[in-house]
Design a protein around this ligand. Structure first.
Ligand code: ADP
Ligand code: GLC
Length: 480
């Protein structure tokens, strides 16, 4: 099968969150299964600076309203990059901590059209274009309304994966003419959303198959509480909606071989490796006593991730004898809140603002407990990585977290973590206190760590599910 993976970010090229891990690892796993895969993404500054991509010498132009914008293709291994310096040569992918880039609509209209140009110019005839999140939401519409008429794409179908309903790419109605799409689709059955243009809705309406990143989230997004206004659209397309859990790249995230941690370990022999990692992390954080339980948070600092809930119980946790480490980047509000806590508790609370892939390995390995108080979580990779590194999560039992973390059962000793229901500081506190109590009990904790490390989160099963879904999409008649 020929799969064109169109993603706004993908590991190792550019990453702000789990979408990058998922798109990069899925592309690699499909290639291992002997499918022909090309990853297409924007040629951001970070890619340009860190990878020796080759200029393909294939310039192209896209009409955006009255403007003609010129682009170029670059290639690195199986990835094709859509180059356009005026749009992508910037310090960040989508915006800064104070907000999104004002021209994101144009940046991703150009990218979505560039996906078709890239396929054509590189002679890669896709059976499936697999698109990810709102930035590629227009691709399924372009396929149905414009490019499907080109014999090159006559057999092509689209699969659209929603990684997060909280980011929909909603722009002023005046954006539609810039896209070159017919005005007739600007209605509630199409991509109109309360008088605006909604890219995620477009993908949801026109994709041949829609997937999201866990079975539980696939159910949740069809309800008003989690659908962010699109639950009705998703209910209408429920027969085409599938929930497929993400995996993690088990070569990259493997405590037995990880190059970024000072002590390697495995489920069969956890000590001394994990202890060495904890000592290193504790000392880098400036903590005084590595015998204290070390509880950490790694994630985007946004309302979704609930770092504020963790911040609300931080003072009591420190008083309970806990050391706390936060690694994150995101909204100013949450960055400031954490920075203030670090000043207040310099000896037992450490905050690193920034995106630090390498350091995150040490945080997962060197911590005792991983905090993930998400208000909602489509899949979540943090909890899976933490489990693999023998760091049981204290996390909200929502979305993909509830599909991957098994709640600890004291009588049988089964379970891999501690789940709580309500996203309140009180519920988090109770769950954390319980986890600490078990941690201090010794033996039972070691059992949870072993259970956690024995879980299989590799991509194999999920990639096979995607192949089934591609097959379903290809079996569908064209229309729309
Ligand atoms: P989301 O995609 O919603 O941000 P996930 O849990 O799916 O959340 O994935 C987050 C990914 O990004 C994980 O690989 C996590 O380790 C990584 N990550 C998040 N924040 C940081 C950070 N500040 N530094 C390093 N890695 C981070
Ligand atoms: C999103 C979600 C996260 C998911 C990731 C990869 O950003 O917030 O839950 O794991 O995408 O699918």
């Amino acid at each position: 099968m020929n799969v064109l993976m169109a993603a706004p970010e993908a590991f190792p090229y550019a990453k702000t969150g789990g979408l990058a891990d998922a798109a990069g690892a899925l592309a690699a796993e499909l290639a291992k299964m002997d499918h022909h895969v090309r990853l297409v993404m924007p040629f951001y500054r970070t890619v340009k600076e860190r990878f020796p991509a080759m200029d393909c010498g294939r310039p192209f132009e896209v009409k955006i309203g009255e403007r003609i914008i010129a682009g170029n293709l670059y290639r690195h291994e199986n990835a094709i990059f859509i180059g356009c310096d005026q749009l992508y040569d910037r310090p960040d992918l989508y915006g800064t901590s104070s907000g999104d880039y004002a021209d994101n609509a144009v940046r991703f209209i150009f990218f979505s059209r560039g996906v078709f140009e890239a396929a054509r110019l590189c002679g890669f005839k896709p059976d499936i274009i697999h698109c990810h999140d709102w930035q590629t939401g227009l691709v399924p519409v372009y396929l149905k309304k414009i490019y499907g008429a080109d014999p090159f794409f006559s057999g092509t179908k689209s699969v659209f994966t929603i990684h997060n309903m909280g980011y929909q790419g909603v722009f002023r109605a005046e954006t539609l003419p810039l896209s070159g799409l017919p005005p007739g689709i600007f209605n509630p059955e199409g991509l109109e959303f309360y008088g605006k243009m909604n890219f995620l809705k477009a993908g949801t309406v026109w994709a041949d198959i829609i997937t999201t990143v866990s079975p539980t989230y696939a159910g949740q997004i069809q309800t008003p509480e989690y659908g962010f206004g699109l639950d009705g659209v998703l209910r209408n397309r429920a027969d085409r909606l599938r929930g497929i859990i993400n995996g993690i790249d088990d070569c990259l995230w493997n405590p037995a071989r990880d190059r970024y941690i000072p002590g390697n370990y495995s489920a069969g022999k956890i000590m001394p490796g994990k202890g060495i990692c904890k000592k290193r992390l504790s000392s880098l954080c400036g903590f005084k006593d590595p015998a204290r339980p070390l509880v950490s948070f790694v994630g985007r600092l946004s309302h979704q991730k609930g770092s504020d809930l963790a911040a609300a119980v931080a003072g009591e946790a420190v008083a309970e004898g806990v050391d706390l480490m936060f690694l994150g980047k995101g909204d100013d509000l949450y960055q400031r809140e954490l920075a203030a806590l670090a000043e207040k508790y310099p000896e037992s609370l450490c905050v690193r603002i920034g995106f630090d892939e390498e350091f995150s390995h040490l945080v997962y390995a060197g911590s005792d407990i991983f905090l993930m108080p998400s208000r909602y979580e489509p899949c979540g990779l943090g909890q899976m990585i933490a489990l693999r590194y023998g760091t049981p999560p204290v996390a909200t039992g929502t979305g993909g977290i509830s599909d991957t973390v098994r709640n600890y059962l004291p009588l049988s000793g089964a379970g891999t973590g501690f789940l709580f229901g309500e996203t309140t500081p009180g519920a988090l506190r109770q769950s954390l206190w319980y986890a600490l109590c078990v941690y201090r009990g010794g033996n039972r904790w070691r059992g949870i760590v072993r259970n956690a490390m024995a879980e299989d989160f590799s991509w194999r099963k999920s990639a096979a599910r995607y192949v089934e879904v591609y097959g379903e999409a290809m079996g569908q008649a064209s229309g729309g």
